[in-house]
Design a protein. Structure first.
Length: 186
């Protein structure tokens, strides 16, 4: 009887371990994990939420005609991340480049028609999937300053650089591209 109970106990343990391992395998990290970056100045906050895709061996095949992003339905407008739309939330009124942006939440897109001259698009529609771009909802757009990164950037990253006076830069970097635009909090 003891052997029978021990056998059932071992079988149950093996079965439970198998189900646990199987469940863990299904919960793999997402290919483009969600990220958020925030900065604060003078009691005001600016943040960007996005999903960060990886290059994963596709260097040189992300941007430009025939590149990975050129197959998106709204190309050359890109969601500036992956999955859900990239959002900008600010508790202060901003000037991004020359564009006046009232405090609130917006979706960010980037026109990448020319891989060496990107244009940041601030869109009033929020909460949509990343590919649901509607130009009629644009608040406006501003050219970005392009830079060549020192090395290939595997994970897409947004950065917010800001000083105590509320002046700074929004920076987007991925693969062999790095783009920035100045902003000022009011």
């Amino acid at each position: 009887m003891k052997r029978l109970l021990l056998s059932f106990g071992l079988a149950a343990l093996v079965t439970a371990s198998t189900f646990s391992a199987s469940a863990q395998m299904k919960k793999k990290a997402p290919l483009s994990p969600p990220e958020q970056v925030s900065a604060m100045a003078n009691g005001q906050t600016i943040s960007i939420k996005y999903s960060s895709p990886r290059v994963r061996g596709r260097e040189g095949h992300i941007f430009g005609p025939g590149g990975l992003i050129s197959h998106d339905v709204h190309y050359p407008v890109w969601r500036a991340g992956a999955n859900a739309a990239t959002t900008l939330t600010t508790t202060a009124d901003l000037t991004i480049g020359h564009l006046e942006v009232p405090k609130g939440t917006y979706t960010l897109f980037v026109n990448i028609k020319d891989p060496n001259h990107w244009v940041l698009i601030v869109n009033k529609e929020t909460g949509e999937w990343g590919l649901a771009y509607k130009a009629a909802d644009d608040l406006g757009s501003v050219p970005m300053h392009m830079h060549k990164p020192k090395h290939m950037i595997e994970d897409l990253v947004w950065k917010i650089k800001i000083n105590d006076q509320g002046k700074g830069k929004l920076v987007l970097a991925w693969e062999n591209h790095k783009a920035s635009v100045p902003f000022r909090m009011h």
